[in-house]
Design a protein around this ligand. Structure first.
Ligand code: ATP
Length: 333
């Protein structure tokens, strides 16, 4: 049973702020993902939780207990990094057994290794060399090794980024299945927003060392709090203007947006911009139309802005008129 809390945690390197005063709570058994572009502070956050880094300010707590000064090996965490980091001169079984060396109450090694390899779908691979495994298999071994001592907390730093897309999808489902089976509290780091939405109970969207929003995948997608989240998670059309009586003036056109008053930034998802909509219509020049199978992604240029809409068919003319319902506009900070 393990919950995790970051209380006002900041990490600075000289003048550079890798993480600015983050407050996060990860519940027991949760699959929690840190997502954001390169350099936003995800790895720093994970390393601080693991104890490889001490916060410049604030504290990390496990089950309410401050971890200041507690070294990584005493924190009861399992970590899997981007690089496979298996020991090349050890067999698969020896690599997994290595994970048991810090176990407080070491179980029967052979049966525990067999159990873990079964869990990650690698039964029968005991005597193989890591070098004779595919990237995906190596990451499964790394996961088995991290889980071997039954850690309270599992930390995964872009464990699939070196794998091809199809394998990544398969493995992420498997990681999720294993995590649910064991009920281990997990913090996962990825720059891939689609992956974050697909696997997580909740996500923290990060930008430039700050946590922009924490919420369920549905919440950050449907109700982004900031413009950054709106544009980073999925695609969005962002408009900014001055609002009066629920109408926002943008480039001389007025849009009805529920509840808008004063300076307003709002966004509309490509799938909410509909051909034939009765309200909030704009006519743009078709810049491109990409046939994606289940839909067509159309790029429009409207008064010098790029818009993106989803349609059922490739538009025929050079121009396309789309609109959106006022309730599909989401006001952001
Ligand atoms: P990526 O996805 O590229 O790994 P990230 O979101 O994990 O990025 P971090 O690695 O946490 O980002 O880095 C956050 C910021 O802190 C970056 O600007 C980075 O250059 C800086 N940084 C990280 N470690 C150090 C260090 N040891 N010394 C100085 N600056 C650092």
């Amino acid at each position: 049973m393990s919950s995790l809390e970051l209380r006002g945690v900041a990490v600075r390197y000289g003048d550079a702020t890798a993480l600015a005063k983050a407050d996060l709570v990860v519940e027991d058994g949760e699959f929690f993902t840190l997502v954001g572009p390169s350099g936003c502070g995800k790895t720093t956050t994970l390393r601080t939780i693991a104890g490889f880094e001490e916060p410049t300010e604030g504290e990390v707590l496990f089950d309410g207990v401050p971890m200041g000064g507690v070294p990584p090996e005493a924190r009861d965490v399992g970590v899997v990094f981007q690089q496979y980091a298996l020991f090349p001169h050890m067999s698969v079984a020896e690599n997994v057994a290595y994970g048991l060396r810090f176990a407080e109450d070491p179980p029967d090694e052979e049966s525990r290794v067999a159990e873990l390899l079964d869990l990650v779908g690698l039964s029968g691979f005991e005597e193989r060399d890591p070098g004779a495994l595919s990237g995906g298999q190596q990451q499964r071994v790394a996961l088995a090794r991290a889980l071997a001592p039954e850690p309270e907390l599992l930390l995964l730093d872009e464990p699939m980024s070196a794998l091809d897309a199809r394998l990544r999808e398969r493995l992420r489902r498997e990681v999720r299945r294993i995590q649910e089976e064991l009920g281990v509290t997990t913090v996962y780091v990825t720059h891939d927003q689609a992956e974050a939405l697909a696997v997580s109970d909740r996500v923290a969207v990060m930008s430039e060392g700050r946590v922009e929003q924490v919420g369920t995948p549905e919440a950050v997608y449907r109700e982004p709090a900031t413009r950054f989240v709106a544009e980073f998670v999925g695609e969005n059309n962002v408009f900014a203007g001055e609002a009066r009586d629920g109408r926002v003036a943008v480039e001389g056109t007025e849009f009805a947006v529920a509840g808008a008053e004063g300076p307003t930034t709002f966004c509309v998802r490509p799938e909410a911009m509909r051909v034939g909509a009765a309200e909030n219509r704009v006519t743009g020049t078709v810049e491109y139309a990409e046939f994606l199978g289940e839909s067509v992604r159309v790029g429009l240029s409207w008064r010098g802005r790029d818009l993106v809409v989803r349609t059922d068919t490739v538009p025929e003319g050079e121009e396309l008129t789309v609109g959106f319902a006022p309730e599909d506009a989401v006001v952001v900070e």
